[in-house]
Structure formats: structure tokens, C-alpha cells
Ligand binder design. Structure first.
Ligand SMILES: *Cc1c(COP(=O)(O)O)cnc(C)c1O
Length: 402
């Protein structure tokens, strides 16, 4: 553990490696040993990047588009992003309000670098995506956690938000559709949040990476699109990883106030420089080319989502709300706490995840990684066959508990 090495920076000793990636590497190690591991831990689409996008990358290589680009992204991609934001989100931006980074995660990190000072408070609704608190802490600011509840579809309530705002509050991190809960915020919920943030001068960092993955007629709304006033206080973060099955290409972007974008661009120019030239060309094709692959992916995710929720609900001790977006289910599992089997004692979400991995070779992520120990997260970005076999194993493992 880095925590025991005294000559490492205080910052390095404070940081926790991503727990979702940790489970993933454990599952992969077991698979390498020849175990038939079914992995519900992954946070990336199991589909291949569409061919038209790959072709655009091949073309870029052949045409020699292989050098440094402007560090905040090529104009052609910024234009494609501007078009996308107007078409999908009814948001108007100019090029100096857009920055392309090495993934949405990198955009978020640049925002944290450019926006947070020591002791600034940043509000993070729980359950949260694992990187938010760590990125806040890495930039010397303080994560302030506010609970959301299953009964309310894990939507942040205005009263709860109001209660945790202080003079030091700098920003709220909002993620809709949400990882891990799949929550899609309604317009009404967003309006209430926007009003409070405007009144208290709180910035909103809106992570919209799952916007294309919504079900049952739920539609993603960007909080920046509610009105011109709130737009000045919102930084929209999005990318191509999830919608176009392009996690490895590392292209994300942010749109927001030009002063902030300028500062982010300066930080990026002194740290990573430009995102990969070839991937930027591929991203242009992703955004401007045919969109039918997105639709097909959503239909397949939807089929899996309904199956997995029904299966989970039929296992005694587990309950599960149906997620409206993203590709995760977040079943409640604390009904199993205190139960045992062989040498295992299910005392928390980690113990359950560990039991499922070691006993029936099924990888899940404990809810503690997302700030709520009463749940576990399963990704359904894996084949229907894996889902069927995996759920059968989970059922058997849980029925063994006494
Ligand atoms: C996957 C994910 C990201 C990061 O996406 P990249 O563009 O691949 O960096 C950001 N936010 C959430 C909530 C995610 O699940």
C-alpha cells in the first residue's frame, strides 16, 4: 500500500486506486488461471467499435495525420461537438467554450484542476461514480457527500442539497444517467437543483457520458439547457467511450464558460498535450456518421436490463429497482447480511462480492466502492449467455447461505 511509504507525496498516499478496476483485474487473474469467471464488474460496452469509425482512424493513419494537434483538440472535432450539443441537447457553444481531452475522466480531472482550491467543498450525491471523490481530494478540495434514496429513484432532493451548501461550496457533481444506479434525472428534478445552485453560486459539473443509454422512453436532459443563466454555471462533460463502444480510444470533452475552458486548456497543454490525433479523427466520424449502431446497442442493453432485473428480483433477500439508463443494475443486498456459508460470513457488500467471486466465479462490484454498502453493482455490458449463466450461479450461491 502506498500509505506506508513515507517519502511519497501526501497526495499519493491519500489516493485510492479505482476499486472497479481492482475487481476487474482480480477477475482477469482468476480467468488466466483457467477459472470460468463471469464478469459483471466491467464498466465498458462489450460491443466492438463500429466499422465506419475504425475506417476513419485507418484513413487518418494512411493520410499521415500522426503529429501533434492543437492541444485542446482539432477544430473539426470541436465543430462536430458543437453540432452534437446543439442537435441533441439544444445547447449553443462556440469553439473557445469546448475542450477535447483524453477521455471524459480526463475532462473531469482538468475541471477539478482549474476550478478547485484548497478547502473548497464539492458536493457529491451518493451513490457516486468512484473517481469523483478521489479527483476532488487529489486537487486538495473536500468532497461533501449527500445521500440519495432508492425510494426516490436515487434522485438528489432539493432539501438535501440545500442542507449541505455552505460558504465554501464550490460545485456539485451531477451524473445523469448515473453510474452506478442508472438514474435519469427528470426535468423537474433538474430545475429544482439548478435553482438552488444559481441562488448559491454553485457550479454544476454535469457528467453526461451515458446520455445515449436510456430506456422506457426516459430521455436525457442536460441541466445546462434549462436556461441561459444556469448554462453559465454548468460544465457539461461527455465523450464517445460509452455511446460508441470506444473506451480504449480515449476521447472525451467538456463545454462550459470560456474562462474555465481556457484554464483547462492551459493545464492540458502543460500535462498531456493533445488527445491522440487518430482517435480525434475517429471521434469526428462517431459524432457525424450514421448513428444506427447506437440504437442497436441500446435495444440489446434494454433486453438484458429487463432480464437481469427480473432474475435478481426472484432471488430471496435481494431487491432491485429497474434502472432508467446506463448499463448497470444496483440491487439491494443488505437482506443477506449476517448469513453464512462454509467459511464465509456476509457482513457487508465486499464480503458478498468476494463470496460470489471465490465461490461461484462471478465478479461484481461492492456498493461500498460507490459510497453505499447496502448494494452491489452488476454491469450488463456482457453477453446474454453470460448473464443467464451468471445469474444462475448467483442464485445458487445465495440459496446456500444460512
Ligand atoms: C466511464 C465513465 C466515465 C469516463 O469515460 P471516459 O471517457 O472513458 O474517460 C466518466 N463518468 C462516468 C460516470 C463513467 O461511468
Amino acid at each position: 500500500m502506498a500509505g506506508e511509504v513515507s517519502w511519497l507525496s501526501e497526495r499519493a498516499r491519500r489516493i485510492q486506486p479505482s476499486p472497479t478496476l481492482a475487481i476487474d483485474s482480480m477477475a482477469k487473474a482468476m480467468r488466466a488461471e483457467g477459472k470460468d469467471v463471469i464478469n459483471f464488474g466491467v464498466g465498458e460496452p462489450d460491443f466492438d467499435t463500429p466499422d465506419n469509425i475504425k475506417e476513419a482512424a485507418f484513413r487518418a493513419i494512411k493520410e499521415g495525420f500522426t503529429r501533434y494537434t492543437p492541444s485542446s483538440g482539432i477544430p473539426e472535432l470541436k465543430e462536430a461537438i458543437i453540432e452534437k450539443l446543439e442537435k441533441d441537447n439544444n445547447l449553443l457553444y462556440s469553439k473557445d467554450e469546448i475542450i477535447v481531452s483524453c477521455g471524459a475522466k480526463h475532462s473531469l480531472y482538468n475541471i477539478a484542476q482549474a476550478l478547485f482550491d484548497k478547502d473548497d467543498e464539492v458536493i457529491i450525491p451518493v451513490p457516486y461514480w468512484v473517481s469523483y471523490p478521489e479527483q476532488v481530494a487529489l486537487n486538495d478540495a473536500k468532497p461533501v457527500f449527500v445521500k440519495t434514496h432508492e425510494e426516490n429513484s436515487f434522485i438528489l432532493k432539493p432539501e438535501a442539497l440545500r442542507e449541505c451548501i455552505t460558504k465554501k461550496t464550490k460545485a456539485l457533481i451531477l451524473n445523469s444517467p448515473s453510474n452506478p444506479t442508472g438514474t435519469v434525472y427528470t426535468k423537474k428534478a433538474l430545475e429544482a437543483i439548478a435553482e438552488i445552485c444559481l441562488r448559491h453560486n454553485v457550479f454544476i459539473i454535469s457528467d453526461e457520458i451515458y446520455e445515449k443509454l436510456t430506456y422506457d422512453g426516459n430521455k436525457h436532459i442536460s441541466i445546462a439547457s434549462l436556461n441561459e443563466e444556469i448554462k453559465k454555471r454548468v460544465i457539461v462533460v461527455n465523450g464517445i467511450s460509452k455511446a460508441y463502444a470506444m473506451t480504449g480510444w480515449r476521447i472525451g470533452y467538456a463545454a462550459g464558460p470560456r474562462e474555465l475552458v481556457r484554464a483547462m486548456a492551459a493545464i492540458q497543454s502543460q500535462s498531456t498535450s493533445n488527445p491522440t490525433s487518430i482517435a480525434q479523427k475517429a471521434a469526428v466520424e462517431a459524432l457525424k456518421g450514421p448513428q444506427d449502431s447506437v440504437q442497436r446497442m441500446v435495444e440489446e442493453f434494454d433486453r438484458r436490463r429487463r432480464f437481469i432485473v427480473n432474475e435478481l428480483r426472484s432471488i430471496p433477500g435481494i431487491s432491485c429497482i429497474i434502472p432508467a439508463g446506463a448499463f448497470y443494475v444496483f440491487p439491494r443486498i443488505d437482506g443477506l447480511f449476517g448469513k453464512r456459508y462454509a467459511g464465509y460470513m456476509i457482513e457487508n457488500s465486499s464480503a458478498l462480492s468476494m463470496y460470489l467471486l471465490k465461490e461461484v466465479f462471478v465478479a461484481t462490484v461492492p456498493g461500498s466502492a460507490f459510497g453505499d454498502d447496502r448494494y452491489i453493482r452488476l454491469s450488463y455490458a456482457t453477453s446474454m449467455d453470460n448473464i443467464k449463466r451468471g445469474l444462475q450461479r448467483i442464485r445458487e450461491a445465495i440459496e446456500r447461505l444460512r
